[in-house]
Design a protein around this ligand. Structure first.
Ligand code: HEM
Length: 273
């Protein structure tokens, strides 16, 4: 992800950018456990940071500063490298070239591009890694899936080269494995909370504007009416569905979220997985 965002080749876990981003991610995740307190009891946000018991606020401020540094430092280095004409092409250089006018960027441009780049790491690494680790776990527990996938690859691709993205359409069983990985152990089992912008209703329940809305991705992926024996990792379940049902029950329809905040990295994630 660092390569895509900044053309930065992270060669080891000790890499400066990775260590920095991981520290920021740990700090942000840590506040994720206590900050809902302030979401549910908004008056808590007015507690002064020095007060005993306001540790969650101090932690949130530290995390904010770490995230800001993680966003600022790589971006500044790219801007400096571009000025010297030695920046390698990346998402960041591309965006700068697209939006700059006569070589100049507004403060808003700098803010938007630097944050878009850093959030690629923040939102894209753990989710993709989680999904790949789930895949390894499933393939270890279900070796028959490996055999079937290998047979498909050998038949379609042969044994003299590795599969490429262009082969994907010709490897339907592999596609079913990807779908089953998303379903079996979704990376964000409760999605990301949304807030209703207008009154709504669901199954007779009135849902007033402003309500927090948590989508239970885990329950959707475990619905035995849609996926019989949901605890079993069985990519064949998608092969056995007709095209219309397979499309309607495609876990990619809910594991990447909903509406206008749907995951913008879903195509990149799908391709890299
Ligand atoms: C398997 C991999 C991934 C999964 C399961 C995943 C899942 C999600 C989910 C559930 C959301 C919340 C959507 C909502 O609010 O309804 C989200 C948001 C987001 N994702 Fe991903 N994601 C993945 C990979 C990526 C990658 C690779 C990137 C970037 C390179 C990325 C960038 C983002 C961003 C920026 C948001 C926030 C969007 C917004 O709030 O407007 N994600 N993702």
């Amino acid at each position: 992800m660092l390569q895509i965002a900044y053309a930065h080749p992270a060669s080891s876990a000790e890499d400066e950018y990775m260590a920095f981003a991981d520290r920021a991610a740990v700090a942000v995740t840590a506040i994720g456990i206590v900050s809902p307190l302030a979401d549910f009891v908004p008056i808590l946000k007015y507690i002064p940071t020095w007060m005993p018991g306001a540790g969650f606020k101090r932690q949130a401020l530290r995390a904010r500063d770490m995230w800001a540094e993680m966003t600022r430092i790589p971006y500044q280095r790219i801007c400096d490298d571009m000025a010297l004409g030695k920046a390698r092409p990346s998402f960041t250089t591309f965006m700068i070239q697209q939006v700059s006018r006569d070589g100049n960027l507004t403060d808003d441009n700098n803010h938007d591009i630097s944050n878009a780049a850093s959030v690629m790491y923040g939102a894209g690494v753990d989710t993709t890694l989680h999904t790949l680790l789930t895949l390894l776990l499933a393939l270890t527990i279900y070796p028959q899936v490996v055999d079937k996938a290998q047979a498909e690859i050998d038949k379609v691709v042969g044994t003299s080269r590795l599969p490429e993205l262009a082969d994907r359409e010709s490897l339907p069983y592999l596609g079913c494995i990807v779908q089953e990985v998303h379903r079996w152990n979704p990376a964000t089992p409760l999605g990301i909370p949304h807030r209703l912008q207008e009154n709504d209703s669901y199954n007779g329940y009135g849902l007033p504007e402003g309500s927090m809305f948590i989508t239970n991705t885990w329950a959707m992926s475990r619905d035995p009416g849609l996926y019989p024996d949901p605890e079993v990792f069985r990519p064949e379940r998608f092969e056995e569905m007709d095209a219309e049902t397979a499309s309607a029950r495609d876990p990619g329809k809910y594991t990447f979220g909903f509406g206008r905040r749907i995951c913008p990295g879903r195509y990149l994630a799908d391709t890299s997985i």
